[in-house]
Design a protein around this ligand. Sequence first.
Ligand code: HH2
Length: 287
Amino acid sequence: MATSVSHCTVAAPAPEPGGALARLLAEARPLVMGVLNVTPDSFSDGGRFLDPQAAIGHARRLVAEGADILDVGAESTRPYGGAVAVPLAEERARLAPVLPDVIALGLPVSIDTLKPAVAAWALERGAAIVNDVWGLQRDPDMARVIAEHGASVVIMHNRESADPGIDIIAEVTAFFARSLDIAARAGIARERIVLDPGIGFGKTAEQSIACIARLDAWRGFGLPLLVGASRKRFIHSLTPSDPMERLGGSLAAHLLAVDNGAAIVRVHDVAPTVQALAVAAAIRRAR
Ligand code: HH2
């Protein structure tokens, strides 16, 4: 498209194939995705940000602390904590007074939802990414909605229950291959896909640890990898602690995840993570 301005012709900027997320990833530094849970029952911060003003205030704080992306969810996805399924109208009602203000902060926003209707609603309001903790395999409409809106997607591995007897690396690899097939058939551009092994989802503590340790197993897909270890239960399995006491374990997990190739870390504690990443990067540069 070209626009005529008096005597000269100005070319309109070409649409970016990978959008805001690809632009950030091109900076070739680990990105920090800050978590905003507008829920009463999230495993580590349920109820803290259900009030819209508290949620918007927290989003501002995450931006000020250096987040690159904001991940907004209004239904807890916690696998073993007895999270209550939230009806569509309720999920949208939680998001409606919050999402526009969060999007107005200017960072790419991802919507953490299982429902294609919520994803579509958020994308139409300016969200850039859909964070699907069932990797496009739960609802057949999810991939179509993402493709139609030209959005990016986080494909996360999940399974109904943990099985200590399986090879978790092979299982996640096969899951990613299925999800990527669904994405390709729906027409989601590869530049718009991020893969996430789903720390704590359908995995024993040992399997979650193995996924971080063996992150390079999925480099062959040629796609950015995301790790969300923040306050997760596997940390408790190593050092018994309540979720709010797991910052040290979360930082260790995310630093090693980045060393092993993670492009994005999904965290509740943005400021300490940004600081830890900066220090680790400086030490790496000085080697
Ligand atoms: N973890 C949680 C939720 N969404 N999305 C991705 N892509 N990766 C993750 O590891 C991940 C996720 C669980 O954390 P939280 O949002 O704090 O809890 P809850 O689901 O209970 O709201």
